[in-house]
Ligand binder design. Structure first.
Ligand code: GDP
Length: 195
């Protein structure tokens, strides 16, 4: 999809604030600094629309971006930030869990992992959790421009294996710098949002 029009419609702290248009939603999850804002900005053809986080883990809201008046990207606050207080983390988990498990209009989740390393325990937990709830998930390995092209397959295999994805799990390599993977990620989104 060529995106011309994006609007941040809501930073929601409460389900009552979620959009009511009934249009499909694609959520993006990942640890702070994994490259979520950068991926979002590439997908929507903006340089700095989605904020790149200067304070990891500070965002405590679900941010709904209305894209082309047709679907929403839902920016889910980064998980795995050790600094947040325990009570904050619990509150965070509850909001996200409720959203991801009970939102009728949610069509899929893009789960970002840092392509330079093996997925972390947090990443594994998230993928296992999404699989358990049978939420259609695309794993995107980010920052792949930092990996030599000859090593991409090996690195993707490591991601697949560490997350116990099996052969059928959807996995794509991405770079916000070169925009590699952009079209494939959009294809997955359109297929799941409108397919
Ligand atoms: P977020 O916290 O998940 O939203 O992560 P950001 O999008 O703010 O990115 C965190 C840092 O990683 C920033 O310094 C980005 O410039 C950098 N970054 C994100 N994506 C890429 C990428 O594809 N390649 C490279 N080389 N750096 C990236």
């Amino acid at each position: 999809m060529e995106v011309h029009n994006v609007e941040l419609v809501m930073s929601a702290v409460d389900p009552k604030q979620y959009p009511t248009t009934g249009q499909p939603e694609i959520a993006l999850v990942g640890r702070s600094n994994v490259g979520k804002s950068s991926l979002t900005n590439v997908l929507i053809n903006r340089n700095s629309y989605a904020r790149t986080s200067s304070q990891p883990g500070k965002t405590q809201t679900l941010n709904f971006y209305h894209v082309e008046d047709a679907l929403y990207f839902v920016d889910v606050p980064g998980y795995g930030y050790a600094k947040a207080a325990k009570s904050e983390r619990a509150k965070w988990g509850q909001m996200i869990e409720t959203y991801l498990t009970s939102r009728d209009t949610l069509r899929g989740v893009i789960s970002l992992v840092d392509g330079r390393h093996a997925p972390t325990a947090d990443d594994q937990q998230m993928y296992t959790w999404l699989s358990y709830y049978e939420i259609p998930t695309l794993v995107v390995a980010t920052k792949m421009d930092k990996i030599a092209g000859a090593k991409w397959n090996k690195q993707l295999s490591l991601v697949r294996k560490t997350l116990s994805m099996g052969h059928d799990g959807d996995l794509l390599a991405f770079s916000a710098q070169t925009k590699a993977g952009k079209d494939e990620v959009w294809q997955w989104i359109e297929q799941h949002a409108f397919g």
